[in-house]
Design a protein around this ligand. Sequence first.
Ligand SMILES: *Cc1c(COP(=O)(O)O)cnc(C)c1O
Length: 385
Amino acid sequence: MADPGGTGRFGEFGGRYVPESLVPACEEVEAAFRDAWADPSFRRDLDRLLRAHAGRPTALTPAWRLSAELGITLLLKREDLAHTGSHKINNVLGQALLARRMGKGRLLAETGAGQHGVATATAAALLGMSATVFMGERDIERQSLNVFRMRTLGAELVPVGTGSRTLKDACNEAMRHWVGSTEDSYYCVGSVMGPHPYPWMVRELQRVIGDEARAQCAAELVTAVPDYVVACVGGGSNAAGTFAGFAGTGAQLIGVEAEGGAAMAFGRVGVLHGFRSMVLQTDDGQIAEAHSIAAGLDYPGIGPEHAHLHASGRAHYFTVGDAEVVEAVGRLARAEGILCALESAHAVAWVLRAAGTADLPSGSTVLLTLSGRGDKDIAALMEHQ
Ligand SMILES: *Cc1c(COP(=O)(O)O)cnc(C)c1O
């Protein structure tokens, strides 16, 4: 998982497919990030924020009882314990610090379920910046709790009424708005997607998950490196950050998609929101709607580096359905006392299904990233009973 260079290509994927008016803004972000990422004082400032505000390092928890039941050794990387309840804060604090270094006073973001919007509003409040969050009208209706959170944190919410009035429309609108406000505004992307440098930059900001886990596994496992590294994939940022810590080892890398949003399993190569990757499409090439019980996996595309890891055979991708996911939430909760997010439960569901088969033989050691906590999903779980 290398630096994709100036073109932002991961094999045939990635790139920068934006209107000409946005090319200078993307180039400015790339130059600023390259400079910041090589600057020890930026790294120090970010590290301090992650420790003092976001609760890093997050724990590595051996799942003793589930391990015994499944005949494997399962270790959980606990991003559910990070501030705001998921890994999203790692990325957002990094980009907010970068924006401030670039002299921009306002963060623009799109959000679907609201998790990235809440993280962006949090980072803006912490650093004394303003935040404008674009959100589809349908998502605003469905996610009233996160809407209230964002407003309480001081963010301005812009309802998007175009198209299907969901995440992909909010992405379009946020980019359109950025075109006219690049002077004072910074576009804060929520996953390993968007035009170059975002997929690479977000992976680098999330690699703290994998780097920490690598050191924690070395202390926990006789073999030092787990046989399998598993994470759920929406856009793919918690998985990319986790994989980055293990790409140079012999560990098998496994991404788990939602059946109804599985761009890798059911998508075709296409261009979406500024990058080339695998995209869910209708027969005539329109972007298809994704549907999952986990709102954070409801995205019709997947990060370009994942498409490349898949094409090259370095990582493997599986899908699980809503029913398995609901069952996985309960099983993990009862065995380990951890109520995880529906998104994270996709990774758990795959381990439950695969343990003891050729996909995940008995005796294997497994690192699984729990991307978030489940408090936000209680209403969805109650509906499913
Ligand atoms: C947003 C979110 C995801 C999906 O995003 P990725 O970029 O694929 O990591 C997964 N889990 C949780 C808890 C989320 O909030």
